[in-house]
Design a protein around this ligand. Structure first.
Ligand code: NCD
Ligand code: ZN
Length: 344
């Protein structure tokens, strides 16, 4: 039985750090284990220009604990006003590594997102030319479409036509939650998919059975068990298409435990412990490194990290159930089973 596992230091290819007091509190949780992360731009107001991204990167670097080595990989929030020339300069300078597409209204702070895809054609063509990945929140926002079907409908009605219309555009399907997402990602070229920690652990029953669990509510919402199993199979396959994007998305407890609770699971603190558990359970510990440390940099055309972390298995480890922030407490995702793996 394996009790110790050294892997190249992981990266997180989808992370919400927020700003201000929340940034100060959550950044150390990620920087403890991860070398880099793709930083989501859905602040209020969003990160839309190169200047916004440079200023946000400076705020992140200023919030890093003394001695911590962490590189934020900045993204721009795509709007119908995004200027292809500003984007090109931001990518060519190395500041911006990806662009995020939120269909307007799909999730937290997405009202400034894209409504008419024809209006972003010039930007998408620039991105195809630069090889810059477009990170897509893949859910339709049409009120008639059931929330549990929004990802599958998006793939057929938006994503596939968009990719056909922009040959060469490199796309990351963010936080996929369905077997359809797995199958579509697997079949494509210039296409990858991130998978979160929590979607490997929970299905929709966890949210709704025995009382509503606001800390398991995120977007895209967790689906049926068969979909969770498809995600497990994809993540543990080692295939280059799939890599970790935790989508760790802190909201204060006051805003989660609310009549209209915010979407997001906060997993930065215990992600590596949970993933080691999941991969071991599926007999795939030897493929954990591909998922957390190799496949992401390969798709983003960045070097892999060179140092390693060591995961060790022993007595049950406990994490704080909440972390304090200047804005209020944030609940750490509870996987619902004891964790025995920890980063040494
Ligand atoms: C994210 C957030 O809170 O910013 N919430 C979530 O449930 N994942 C937004 C997102 O990634 O959809
Ligand atoms: Zn997210």
């Amino acid at each position: 039985m394996t009790h110790s596992l050294a892997i190249l230091r992981p990266d997180d290819w989808h992370l919400h750090l927020r700003d201000g007091a929340m940034l100060n509190a959550v950044l150390p949780e990620t920087a403890r284990h991860f070398a880099r992360a793709i930083i989501m731009p859905n602040l209020i107001p969003p990160v839309v220009t190169a200047a916004d991204a440079a200023a946000y990167r400076d705020r992140i670097m200023a919030a890093l604990p003394e001695g911590a080595a962490f590189e934020p990989l900045m993204t721009l929030y795509l709007t119908e006003q995004t200027d292809p020339a500003d984007l090109r300069a931001a990518v060519e300078s190395g500041l911006v590594k990806a662009v995020k597409l939120y269909p307007a209204g799909a999730t937290t702070n997405s009202h400034g997102g894209v409504r008419d895809f024809d209006r972003v054609r010039g930007v998408l063509e620039t991105m195809a030319d630069l090889g810059t990945p477009l990170c897509i929140h893949g859910e339709v926002t049409t009120p008639e479409v059931d929330i549990f079907d929004r990802e599958a409908v998006f793939i057929d009605t938006v994503l596939d036509p968009l990719r056909r219309a922009t040959p060469g555009l490199r796309v990351v399907m963010e936080h996929i939650t369905t077997a359809q997402g797995v199958a579509y990602a697997r079949a494509g070229t210039d296409l990858a998919a991130t998978i979160t920690t929590h979607h490997l652990v929970i299905n929709r029953n966890h949210i709704l059975v025995g009382g509503i669990k606001p800390h398991y509510y995120c977007l895209p919402v967790a689906k049926r068990e068969e979909h969770r199993l498809a995600l497990r199979e994809a993540a543990t396959s080692g295939e280059a298409t799939f890599f970790l994007g935790t989508d760790s998305a802190p909201h204060t407890d006051a805003l989660k435990e609310h009549a209209c609770g915010c979407a997001g699971c906060f997993t930065a603190t215990n992600t590596m412990s949970i993933l080691a558990h999941v991969f071991e359970e599926d007999g795939a510990l030897d493929r954990l490194e591909a998922f957390t440390s190799l496949n992401g940099p390969a798709f983003y055309r960045l070097p892999t990290n060179t140092d390693r972390i060591t995961l060790v298995k022993g007595d049950a480890v406990t994490y704080p159930s909440k972390i304090d922030t200047g804005d209020g407490t944030v609940t750490v995702f509870d996987p619902g089973f004891p964790l025995h793996w920890t980063v040494k």
